[in-house]
Design a protein around this ligand. Sequence first.
Ligand code: HEM
Ligand code: HEM
Length: 183
Amino acid sequence: HAAGDPEAGKAKTQLCAGCHGADGNSVNPLWPNLAGQHPKYLEAQLRAFKSGARKDPTMSPMAATVQDGDIPDIAAYFAAQTVKASAVTASEEVLAEGRKIYLGGIAETRTAACAGCHGPRGQGNGPAGFPALAGQKAQYVAKQLKDFRAGTRATDPNGMMRDVAKRMTDAEIAAVAAYIASL
Ligand code: HEM
Ligand code: HEM
């Protein structure tokens, strides 16, 4: 379908700005940055919140207010913004463990390398539906991985992320989330 118009989208994101930031960089560790995210991925997630396929007590009621016809413009606006790196408080040791998992996976539990789908620098792959992760808030990333692991987020095509997350411990999740925020 037609690509959205970022200029038209700006006026439709006033409600969103309160949580995700006017430029798509959020100020709360549990609210995701939307800046620079692939527009098709943003559209798919908004539709998932609207349909109830993805649920969150804060975000679901917000998505309910969005008109279907406005979704491409809203996604185009946030996609056109620039993401800023998130603050990282983890130790060098934890960041190194996270980097190892991100780039190489975990051999013992046959956990796939994140970089294989999300790219070596966290840039994602828009056409494939793999979201950008670079600079994303560590707490938000960890929550998503735990939601995939628990099956409470099941928006991933073919269960790709559920298969990855179910192999990971809380400590591995915390380490990879810290590394992602630092990208
Ligand atoms: C998640 C868009 C308003 C809080 C998301 C995501 C999108 C989005 C696309 C998924 C991001 C991803 O998967 O990386 C929007 C739009 C809004 C809006 C277009 C305006 C119509 C708000 C507001 C709040 C909020 C006002 C806070 C009151 C959240 C939270 C999540 C989220 C907490 C993460 C939910 C989870 O943990 O799964 N939003 N948002 N959003 N949004 Fe919004
Ligand atoms: C989504 C992390 C490996 C495919 C996500 C999200 C996170 C994440 C945090 C949610 C992004 C957001 O809400 O903004 C990771 C980590 C990995 C990993 C830490 C390694 C341990 C993979 C692999 C694949 C993959 C190997 C491909 C086989 C996807 C897809 C989505 C996604 C398709 C979007 C799911 C949806 O549409 O809801 N990943 N990922 N990921 N990831 Fe991964």
